[in-house]
Design a protein around this ligand. Structure first.
Ligand SMILES: Cc1cc2nc3c(=O)[nH]c(=O)nc-3n(C[C@H](O)[C@H](O)[C@H](O)COP(=O)(O)OP(=O)(O)OC[C@H]3O[C@@H](n4cnc5c(N)ncnc54)[C@H](O)[C@@H]3O)c2cc1C
Ligand code: SF4
Length: 339
């Protein structure tokens, strides 16, 4: 691990100054990194995948708004320094926004959830083996322009949606699917002030530039996630399929939220995880379900539509059917939820 400068701060202004990463082209490749729970960053530094010169510990921001959970008016506000376990266990979040609580509860292990923050969670990096193993030089995400070892390699965990010929890495997180399904907004702050935008605009598909993962400016900090209460937020759930139940990343997941009139769909929100390069909102699939009875025919048609553009590789074709079944099961379960 290369030497780095370490500092710790409890206010936003000194965080940006300590970060001071004007030279970087994006957050992931910045020479400076913020440190929250450290459960992603420290791993990647030890592996030599991330090699920052400066590490700025922002955990003291937990004592500010960035560490709070608040219900105000019709909105849930989650500070970015809040720990995953705190939100997953919060009784009001579990009752009113079950998909949020479940996406966090089903992620990682209890120890990791106690350390890891919400901000760090949405910015975690892909688990692609070739990205994490620096003995492979051909990884466009780590070494732009070097190629992609996964295209013809072991690509079982890789994405089938949103891929490009430059990168097929899966976005690994769970919480982001819940956020994107519920039309969440994210607040960020940096040297040029604060701004708020739809969470759906945070992550970038790989396209020709897989090394650019988010739309954050260098040094920008995520401070808050905002989720509005809506007729579908209570009837929401997160379903995750993985290789082992104890703790594992998703092979396929679905975050769904429903507003029903009897068994007819008034509104629906669907996001897919484990199968795409970014948190994946299935807008057309949602549209196909409006005013339909939530029966086998409608859910199968919706699932087929969700994966119509899938581009499987040699080892991950199974994800297409698995993803469809996961979505169908999630819709069925949400349809019969007691709320
Ligand atoms: C064994 C294992 C299993 C796991 N399984 C799952 C799983 O099933 N599902 C899942 O979703 N996750 C899983 N994870 C990932 C885990 O949830 C993340 O590592 C964690 O959420 C990251 O949060 P952190 O606070 O530790 O981030 P850190 O490691 O501190 O930071 C991660 C990145 O985000 C940046 N950052 C952190 N906070 C901010 C902020 N507020 N603003 C701007 N930048 C910031 C850092 O600079 C760094 O680049 C697993 C991790 C491990 C090690
Ligand atoms: S899939 Fe992406 S992260 Fe993995 S080796 Fe290819 S370029 Fe790198």
């Amino acid at each position: 691990m290369q030497p780095f400068q370490f500092s710790r701060t409890g206010d936003l202004q000194s965080a940006y100054s300590a970060h001071g990463a004007a030279e970087a082209t994006d957050t992931a490749h910045s020479r400076s990194q913020y440190l929250a729970g450290g459960t992603t960053l420290l791993d990647l530094m030890k592996l030599g995948v991330m090699r920052p010169d400066r590490v700025v510990d922002i955990n003291e921001l937990e004592r500010t708004n960035a560490g709070r959970i608040e219900f105000g008016g019709n909105r849930l506000r989650l500070g970015a320094l809040t720990r995953m376990s705190t939100v997953a266990d919060h009784p009001d979040v579990r009752r009113d926004f079950p998909v949020i609580a479940q996406s966090l509860q089903l992620a990682a292990s209890a120890q990791i959830r106690n350390m890891a923050s919400l901000g760090g969670n949405v910015l975690q990096r892909t688990r692609c083996t070739y990205f994490r193993d620096t003995s492979y030089s051909n990884c466009n995400k780590r070494n732009p322009g070097s190629g992609c070892a996964a295209l013809d390699g072991i690509n079982r965990p890789h994405a089938v949606l949103g891929t490009s010929e430059r990168c097929i890495a899966t976005y690994p997180g769970d919480f982001a699917q819940a956020l994107i399904a519920l039309d969440a907004h994210v607040e960020v702050a940096g040297r040029n002030g604060a701004r708020e935008f739809p969470f759906a605009k945070l992550h970038r598909q790989p396209g020709q530039t897989p090394h650019l993962e988010t739309t954050l400016a260098p040094g920008e900090l995520i401070t808050v996630f905002r989720i509005a209460r809506a007729p579908f937020t209570r009837r929401s759930l997160f379903l995750k399929v993985r290789d082992r139940q104890s703790y594992e990343f998703a092979l396929a997941s679905a975050a769904v939220a429903l507003d029903l009139d009897g068994d007819t769909v008034k509104q629906v929100r669907i996001a897919l995880g484990g199968v795409a390069t970014v948190p994946w909102r299935a807008h057309e699939t949602e549209a196909s379900l409006i005013n339909q009875r939530l029966d086998e025919t409608a859910t199968r048609r919706a699932a087929d539509l969700a994966f119509a553009d899938a581009r499987p590789r040699e080892h991950n074709a199974f994800k297409v059917e698995l993803g469809k079944r996961t979505l169908m099961r999630a819709l069925r379960q949400a349809g019969v939820m007691e709320i």
